[in-house]
Design a protein around this ligand. Sequence first.
Ligand SMILES: *[C@@H]1O[C@H](CO)[C@@H](O)[C@H](O)[C@H]1NC(C)=O
Ligand SMILES: *[C@@H]1O[C@H](CO)[C@@H](O)[C@H](O)[C@H]1NC(C)=O
Length: 262
Amino acid sequence: MSSANPPLIVIVPGAFGTPDGFNKLLPYLTEAGYTTHPGAYPSCNPSDPTNVSSAQDIAFLRDSVLLPLLNDQGKDVVVLAHSYGGVVAGGAANGLAKGTRQAHGHSTGIVGLIYVAGNITLEGEALLTAVGGVYPPFIKVGTPSEGLAIIEPAMDILYNDCDRALEAELNAFMQPHALRAFEMPATAPAWAESAFDGRRAYVRTLEDCCNPSSLQDAWLEKSKVEWDVVDFQTGHMPFVSQPRALAEQIVRFVEGFGRCDV
Ligand SMILES: *[C@@H]1O[C@H](CO)[C@@H](O)[C@H](O)[C@H]1NC(C)=O
Ligand SMILES: *[C@@H]1O[C@H](CO)[C@@H](O)[C@H](O)[C@H]1NC(C)=O
């Protein structure tokens, strides 16, 4: 499967960012023969931060991105999710595993889930609850206006292993995010489904100042399912600090999904 018809990789960014933040990763995936597709969602820098929720993010990613790719464009898809994107992608991919869809007469589906430092929530759990009920001090609540937040200082929290000279370039990727997205419960996550057995991968970022690896461990354990976990000696943004190594790992994961029986 993998060489004849490689799956499309849908990039679901974390909060406070857009798929543009993955630009350094893309040339390496292209070189390896993979095509990517942006998987943004509405709670990033919305016009009305009061009309936002993780359920709306999930519905948007599913209905406006994933289903058109699967149904109209006939693509198999691998979901690559970062940080809060794990909450959105998990909900959006629910029921869309290739095996599940084939049982319902569809030829395409989601062939794997790759989480990079992904925040994990259970069904009906809000992310704020999953991180202990209080915002960490680097999430600046009410900035730049009510209902929104940014992360500060971004170079220390997100890009601690990146070249300081990139600061201006990297700051340009930072977007305000609507806090309601973190406070409203998420819907049932796809990773819990047995149809994703052998198709869950997790990049654990060991020098992460935003999602400490001990928390990543706690989330993986709480999920009570098996993940193929690979450690990266990086901060929260390995697609910026180690794009080549991350791309190579993504390719290995995707090839592994291709070897699973559907
Ligand atoms: C809230 O957002 C949804 C989808 O994002 C939209 O369909 C709806 O019209 C919005 N409601 C208001 C009151 O703006
Ligand atoms: C994800 O979890 C980490 C660790 O608790 C937290 O610091 C971070 O703020 C969370 N992300 C969001 C968007 O809430």
